[in-house]
Design a protein around this ligand. Structure first.
Ligand code: SF4
Ligand code: SF4
Length: 352
């Protein structure tokens, strides 16, 4: 489990266990949920449309065997049902906001009843942006509920009427792979529900989403030129586990995703010029476009591009392999410094 999330979760559980720490515990819970939701936002902001229905771990045992969009659907349908139908006894966000129509979902349930390819088929039908907006609406509504709780509410249990209400909402499939949820939720008190679904359930599914997205990036990079358009080597990059590289649709590097079209401006400039990378461009040395506008900070990357221009990509890969064997570093500037020419010289010395 992600260490930071796991520690926050533990801290929250300990704090809410005592009246004096309850309010702080709820603050920690909201903070944790905020951290986790950022991962979902990052995925929705940066992954291409076909990423949401891929199942790179199909058949595996675990939450990562689903799709990205199914995971989002499932986390927030469950939370909506529990927060509204079970705890508050009022209308779910899903119904009051007419989210079935907006998300284009063929179902109103949690999705537990779907198996194998049904999950992928269901995922293809969903409108990703609308599902994301639904997730946001549920989060806001649940956060309000969590803020309104008092320490004594934690012991609140549920009765047969509550159970009946959940069943009558038809939000849980009668299939045995899903129906157990009703008894599971109704057997817990509010404290138990804070764990599942309001905190741990998020962690488990969002971690699984991270595994799915990283695998999709790795698959996208397979067989693709590992030299990024700017001159960096994706194979040696600290982002390689969660970036598919600027030559694929999974170009999820932090610089690309902060641009409205989610494409690194240096990559688009190369494409417009019809060149393979900035190392083929006459303007490289004085270029201050996109990534290169960061000046000294990226002089080392220009040094890589200059090196490719002189010696080729294979030589660069070999030289970077050598550097990585000898030194421990994340970013090339830690080794090549902040001067383009000096950086090139370091690479040339290492090559010989
Ligand atoms: S951030 Fe750039 S160099 Fe790193 S993996 Fe992504 S495209 Fe490649
Ligand atoms: S102008 Fe700059 S960003 Fe564009 S291809 Fe040339 S070096 Fe790269």
């Amino acid at each position: 489990m992600n260490k930071e999330w796991s520690e926050k979760n533990k801290k929250m559980q300990t704090l809410i266990g005592k009246e004096a720490g309850f309010s702080e515990g709820i603050d920690v819970l909201l903070e944790l949920r905020d951290d986790l939701f950022k991962q979902i936002t990052y995925i929705v902001d940066s992954y291409p449309a076909d990423a949401y229905y891929q199942m790179p771990f199909a058949g595996a045992d675990g939450y990562h065997s689903k799709t990205l969009i199914y995971s989002m659907w499932h986390i927030f349908r469950i939370e909506d049902i529990v927060a509204h139908t079970l705890i508050r006894g009022d209308e779910q966000v899903f119904f009051s906001g007419k989210w079935q129509k907006k998300t284009k979902s063929p179902i109103i349930t949690t999705g537990n009843e779907l198996q194998g390819t049904e999950i992928a088929e269901f995922s293809k039908k969903l409108d990703v942006k609308a599902v994301y907006e639904y997730c946001k609406a549920v989060t806001e509504s649940s956060n309000e509920l969590l803020r309104s709780l008092s320490y004594k509410d934690l012991k609140r249990k549920f009765n047969e009427d509550d159970r009946k209400r959940v069943i009558e909402s038809k939000s849980v499939s009668e299939d045995e792979s899903a129906f157990w949820l009703v008894d599971y939720w109704c057997g817990k008190d509010i404290r138990g529900l804070i764990k599942m679904p309001f905190s741990r359930h998020w962690i488990m599914h969002i971690e699984a989403m991270c595994r799915i997205k990283d695998k999709l990036c790795a698959q996208a990079r397979k067989g693709v030129d590992p030299i990024a358009r700017c001159g960096l080597s994706c194979d040696h990059c600290f982002s390689k586990d969660w970036c598919g590289g600027c030559r694929t649709a999974y170009n999820t590097c932090s610089y690309a995703i902060c641009h409205p079209d989610k494409v690194c401006p240096n990559a688009s400039c190369c494409i417009e010029k019809g060149i393979d990378g900035c190392y083929e461009c006459d303007e490289l040395e004085k270029c201050d476009h996109g990534f290169y506008a960061l000046g000294k900070e990226v002089a080392a990357i220009k040094a890589l591009a200059l090196f490719i221009r002189k010696y080729g990509k294979t030589e660069l890969m070999k030289t970077l392999d050598k550097l990585h064997r000898e030194y421990e570093f994340e970013k090339v500037q830690e080794i090549l410094g902040y001067d383009m020419k000096k950086g090139l010289k370091i690479l040339e010395d290492k090559r010989s």
